[in-house]
Write a protein that binds this ligand. Sequence first.
Ligand SMILES: *Cc1c(COP(=O)(O)O)cnc(C)c1O
Length: 228
Amino acid sequence: MTLPADALASPAAARLAAVHDAIAIAAADARRAATDVTLIAVSKTQEAEAIVPLIAAGQCHFGENRVQEAATKWPVLRDAHPDVTLHMIGQLQSNKAEDAVRLFDVIHALDRPSLLTALARSMDKLDRRLPCFVQVDLAGEPHKGGCPVPQLTALLAAAREADIPLAGLMAVPPVGLEPAPWFALLAKLADDHGLTGLSMGMSGDYATAVRIGATHVRVGTALFGERG
Ligand SMILES: *Cc1c(COP(=O)(O)O)cnc(C)c1O
């Protein structure tokens, strides 16, 4: 049996292959196509030296949770790798909206009217419309960000009104609880609102999320190892 030289040379490529395998198995369980699941490699706190091997192994979606960190790391990397799609997955301050629209391709953390206004204004100004996932606070954990469920309908309506492209819903379930019911709730909310994108699932639970319909999984540790 021959393996690509990269798979042997790089632990990153081996981890990436393992995550792809797990996604494929979970998707098959759910009678879904694995190609309907976008793997976002969460590269927060990782240096370029850790990111480049993953790009070399074929990974092209990356996620960061801080505008400042992304702004120092990614412009150089993207010059060298123009195929990369960059996802903003962390809480976003309104005063960073313009930087975020300039730097990222997809936003996963639209969660309140003030941010919506700032994003819409920045998208108009830069003439660059980014798909946005609306982050939902499923369990009443406001410190994590996310729109409270009772306010979701109004926020989605305001986003449509402001011509913000809606990619779907995103959530981070409570730590320490069985994630499946939260993923199912997010899927139902998306369905109720006519949205197809579901950004859910991290290193510990992405396979579960794929079985329940995740279209975007955000995986850090399983690809890069423990963050320092
Ligand atoms: C850090 C982070 C992830 C990735 O977490 P891992 O457990 O390392 O896979 C996913 N989503 C969000 C919002 C994060 O902040």
